[in-house]
Design a protein around this ligand. Structure first.
Ligand SMILES: NC(=O)c1ccc[n+]([C@@H]2O[C@H](COP(=O)([O-])OP(=O)(O)OC[C@H]3O[C@@H](n4cnc5c(N)ncnc54)[C@H](O)[C@@H]3O)[C@@H](O)[C@H]2O)c1
Length: 324
């Protein structure tokens, strides 16, 4: 059995390869070759946290595995990451455990890649200015993925936590200059692409600030009672989801306006599989606003983990251990 740590995954999973692997996975899912139950949530109310259990099986690609992920937003005040995760990659023909991987890095890379893929299909081709709201762990991968698909020249970032904002700007500096801004409007008004990647339960910017033609990737809110975007954003946008099943059971960004009768289910134009397979084209002009909502999909983990595993075997990377 192989163990792959954070450094192994960072080196084995360049964003360009992850985008291709995810595109293949979304195609498999769209064509019905993907078994992914809606993930199981275990609430830990005493500590305002949750464990999520995310199994996946792709019969066509012969891949299977499970992610166990914890989301504890209060960890920030303890100087610990919000998310810890472990990935267990298994052989679907025998059930044998093939690898254990550090799952937080895997999650960051595959979530970034998924937004990158959505951005490839939805953002204007010449998008140059990227706004980021929420300067935490995920945002690093979001920016790297968007840079892989659009010619980004300028990044403006906002976070309610100044220290985190400074650290984020610093961590991005080898790749692109990120300017910290003092309020959300400054991150939104000029942006061709916007990422919201926060743990907020309430909207983090005003939809009135969006410029025509903008594309938004909203990745933060993952429960029916959480939302990062307001009604204005939703009503001004053409909406695409990572999966209908996941978003229509977990995405407060959509479920709250739907529950209030402001948004109809039919207003969701399609899922990422529709874009990748060419079944739907969503952006029709440079003036339209597009909105991609993701809550995470276990298929993304298994295809990314499997790619890392196969490369690691070929390149002799990772740590082999005997468990029997
Ligand atoms: N869609 C997916 O597939 C997916 C995958 C992984 C994580 N997530 C979710 O993304 C969110 C972010 O994850 P993370 O690991 O980056 O967490 P994190 O704690 O590292 O970062 C979140 C950041 O949001 C900031 N923030 C909170 N409220 C804000 C507000 N109102 N305005 C601006 N900034 C604000 C915090 O200060 C923090 O810096 C979480 O809710 C997580 O569950 C989604």
């Amino acid at each position: 059995m192989l163990i792959l740590n954070k450094k192994d995954l960072e080196e084995l999973l360049p964003m360009e390869e992850v985008l291709d692997v995810l595109a293949k996975g979304f195609r498999e899912a769209k064509e019905g070759r993907c078994v992914v139950p809606v993930r199981f949530h275990l609430n830990v109310e005493e500590y305002q946290g949750q464990f999520l259990f995310m199994p996946a099986f792709l019969p066509g690609l012969k891949q299977s595995g499970t992610k166990i992920v914890s989301v504890f937003p209060q960890n920030t005040s303890k100087g610990k990451p919000t998310i810890y995760a472990t990935y267990l990659l298994s052989d679907p023909t025998t059930g044998e455990l093939l690898a254990i991987m550090e799952g937080a890095t895997l999650t960051g890379i595959r979530t970034g890649g998924t937004s990158g893929l959505a951005t490839r299909y939805l953002a204007k081709k010449d998008a140059k200015i990227l706004g980021v709201i929420g300067a935490g762990f995920q945002s690093f991968f979001q920016v790297r993925a968007i840079q892989a698909v659009r010619p980004i020249e300028e990044v403006r970032a906002f976070d309610v936590d100044q220290k985190r904002l400074q650290n984020f700007c610093q961590s991005m500096s080898p790749y692109i200059k990120v300017s910290p801004v003092p309020n959300p409007s400054e991150a939104v008004r000029q942006s061709d692409i916007l990422v919201t990647s926060t743990t907020s339960k309430t909207p983090v910017f005003s939809g009135k600030d969006l410029k025509p033609g903008a594309h938004i990737n909203a990745i933060g809110a993952f429960r029916p009672d959480m939302r990062e975007v307001d009604d204005e954003t939703i009503l001004r946008s053409k909406i695409v989801v990572d999966t209908f099943e996941g978003c229509l059971s977990e995405a407060g960004d959509l479920l709250i306006p739907m529950g209030e009768g402001k948004l109809k289910k039919e207003a969701v134009c399609g899922d990422l599989g529709d874009l990748v397979t060419g079944r739907k084209m969503v952006r029709e002009s440079n003036e339209e606003i597009t909105f991609f909502k993701s809550v995470g999909f276990a298929m993304e983990d298994v295809v990314t983990a499997h790619h890392a595993y196969e490369k690691a075997i070929r390149e002799g990377r990772g740590q082999k251990i005997e468990v029997f």
